[in-house]
Design a protein around this ligand. Structure first.
Ligand SMILES: Nc1ncnc2c1ncn2[C@@H]1O[C@H](COP(=O)(O)OP(=O)(O)OP(=O)(O)O)[C@@H](O)[C@H]1O
Length: 647
């Protein structure tokens, strides 16, 4: 039984209801009155959809104004049923799917009960038809069936017949009359022909309850609030599956938008390696060898100025520079792969395992293309890296050479007197590495290669000993720095130049690539940020538009008893299904997508790391999509979303 006491509701200072006091009990109750007299306002207040008013309303002793959201959703799932002028069914769902909607929140699904109700309302044979294909009369019976599935104590019907023809109005009214034998039925109507003498009639006039005719009050029992009222994960996925089945277009758009956004983010955040410049650099390495990454630091050299016939203007110049201390500085630099001394050696003879070998002198400074085995000398002891050609002479594998002791005897030029004097020295050293000592140079547009077989690289300790024996003074031994990357090479070169040191190397070849790469990285960097930002905005826009378009659907869920917690779970189920489908689709179509990402962004996504990142990005974007959808249903107000023409 509803007890309404001194209820007043004003809109912008105007009374919609003015001090209404009435009790409404079991049976068929009509609320009548002219348009604008306050009928809908009274229904909204009685059902808890409008809680901002003066006065008191209670049902079965329960204060409707004070209902929490949780209690209200319980009421809508178990105690109040609603029948509307325009049915408020989910049009894409079938009759049965609509009728079962309130059941998902109940422990027992009562599908048998659904069958009985559908049969009673003569709509059993259309149970599997989509609601959008039905007539108005059929739709109204589906709506009543859905509400009866709640087994409610009260049915509140707002103009239930005004969209129906005379025949269907009568059928609907007969059904409501039948229902009212065991429940409270409240019908708002303009049509007084629906009313019989035995019915209770309440008439509103300009917000005042003007008269109540034939009101025989039958009390209703207090509502039982202890029933379970929750949505299981299984049921959430079951509703999500139905939604996808019935709205495959929306599902496809959502899935594709997640996948596309993730792929766009992948090409940007996922490390847009500029494969073009990487490829170009690798080609250069193929041609020139790894020595392309070398900076030679020498104490004196003859500058190349004045060659090519310009000798008069710019004569050749002997340049001397102080390179003391630089070896130590760069030996431990992060950008450096290794350092090696460039001490020229003559008359080399080596004894290994008691056998003596003579190494022919090339007259060149030692050369290293790359270390093929072991490591460069780093320890404090007497260590040496020997040429691969020397290991071949020994008749052993590179690996077998590591750890062998050599007796090394050599002549080195001492320039201290101004002219070269050859002096002899010997040393014992352990082989720690084997190097490919191929030198590559350009001669008349042809690339030439030869192996510099007298390229032995000693540790600092060993070399100091050799230099002591040959009485070479000064701390500036020529050495080379092998940079880790082209960018490192250029940065070390620039740094040395700033200190007034001129390193030697083929910098022009590498410099172009590094500058081009920095430029394209900067450009792709800003383009990436824009693309990444836009892809997230795109997903948010799609899910926001979808969410807003679904407001009426969310209101139907809410009026069936779903609260925001239940809708959150449904949102999780829907978004997870979309995300997982997006991931599978991305994996299946990745070879195709890769063609596009390679062409557009020079990014190869066909590897485990990129695909894993892609999957994580889809899940990340799905979280954003989830959050955007939350906004739509949290902000859905039942009365506003369902009542046509409401302000
Ligand atoms: N949300 C609102 N904002 C402003 N005024 C409102 C609002 N809802 C109702 N009103 C006003 O309150 C009064 C009562 O409206 P209500 O909808 O309850 O009347 P009604 O009897 O149901 O009318 P109808 O039969 O045309 O639906 C009207 O004057 C209406 O303009």
């Amino acid at each position: 039984m509803f007890e309404i006491k001194n209820v007043t509701k004003k809109y912008k200072g105007e009374f919609a209801l003015n001090n209404v006091t009435v009790e409404i009990g079991k049976g068929l109750n009509f609320i009548v009155g002219a348009s604008g007299s306050g009928k809908t306002t009274l229904l909204k207040i009685m059902s808890g959809m409008e809680q901002d008013f003066d006065g008191e309303v209670s049902y079965g002793g329960k204060d409707i104004k004070a209902l929490t959201n949780q209690e209200k959703s319980y009421f809508y799932n178990n105690i109040f049923g609603f029948v509307w002028q325009d049915f408020n069914l989910i049009e894409d769902f079938t009759v049965l799917e609509n009728v079962l909607l309130p059941q998902y929140l109940k422990d027992d699904q009562q599908t048998k009960n659904a069958e009985k109700i559908l049969k009673e309302l003569k709509i059993f044979d259309i149970a599997s038809q989509k609601v959008k294909n039905l007539s108005g009369g059929q739709k109204q019976r589906v709506a009543i069936a859905r509400e009866l599935m709640k087994n409610p104590q009260v049915i509140i019907a707002d103009e239930p017949t005004s969209a129906l023809d005379e025949k269907n109005s009568k059928i609907t009214m007969d059904i409501l009359r039948e229902i009212s034998k065991s429940r409270t039925v409240i019908v708002v109507t303009h049509d007084t022909s629906l009313i019989s003498d035995k019915d209770n009639v309440f008439e509103l006039d300009k917000g005042e309850l003007f008269s109540s005719v034939g009101n025989k009050l039958v009390k209703t029992s207090e509502p039982n609030m202890r029933k379970n009222h929750s949505l299981s994960l299984k049921n959430a996925f079951s509703i999500a599956r139905t939604g996808i089945k019935r709205n495959i277009g929306r599902f496809t758009v959502s899935t594709l938008s997640l996948m596309m956004a993730a792929i766009l983010l992948l090409t940007t955040l996922g490390g847009a390696i500029n494969t073009n410049s990487q490829d170009a650099f690798e080609k250069l390495i193929d041609t020139y060898g790894e020595g392309l990454l070398d900076l030679s630091i020498v104490g004196s050299f003859t500058s190349a100025e004045g060659t090519e016939g310009n000798e008069d203007d710019q004569p050749n110049a002997d340049v001397s520079q102080d390179i003391g201390g630089l070896y130590e500085k760069y030996a431990s630099d992060e950008r450096v792969a290794f350092t090696a001394f460039l001490q020229a050696m003559d008359n080399i003879s080596v004894t290994v395992d008691g056998k003596n070998y003579t190494v022919e002198s090339s007259g060149n400074a030692p050369v290293i293309n790359k270390l093929v085995t072991g490591e460069m000398p780093s320890g404090a002891g007497n260590e040496v890296v020997v040429p691969e050609s020397f290991v071949r002479t020994l008749g052993i594998d590179n690996d077998q050479a590591i750890g062998k002791e050599i007796d090394f005897s050599v002549s080195m030029y001492n320039w201290d007197t101004g002219s070269p004097v050859l002096k002899d020295a010997t040393i014992k050293a352990t082989i720690v590495g084997v190097a490919d000592t191929t030198a590559v140079y350009e001669y008349e547009d042809q690339m030439m290669e030869f192996s510099v077989d007298d390229s032995f690289f000693f540790s600092k300790t060993a070399l100091d000993d050799l230099r002591n024996q040959t009485e070479i003074k000064g701390d500036g031994i020529n050495f080379l720095i092998r940079a880790k990357s082209p960018a490192d090479l250029i940065s070390i070169k620039d740094e040395l130049n700033e200190q007034g040191i001129v390193p030697l190397g083929r910098f022009e070849l590498v410099e172009d690539i590094v500058r081009l790469n920095t430029q394209t990285t900067e450009q792709t960097g800003s383009a990436s940020t824009t693309i990444g930002f836009l892809s997230v905005v795109m997903v948010m826009a799609i899910f926001l538009i979808t969410g807003v378009m679904r407001k009426r659907e969310y209101a139907i869920y809410k009026v069936s008893g779903f609260n925001n917690r239940h809708l959150n779970l449904l949102n999780v189920a829907e978004t997870l299904t979309v995300a997982i489908t997006g991931i599978l689709l991305m994996l299946v179509t990745s070879p195709l997508i890769n063609v596009a990402t390679e062409a557009l962004f020079s990014v190869n996504i066909l590897n485990a790391e990129m695909l894993t990142k892609g999957m994580l990005l889809i899940l990340g974007v799905a979280v954003i999509a989830y959050g955007t959808t939350v906004l739509a249903y949290v902000r859905t107000n039942i009365a506003t979303a369902l009542k046509k023409g409401d302000r």
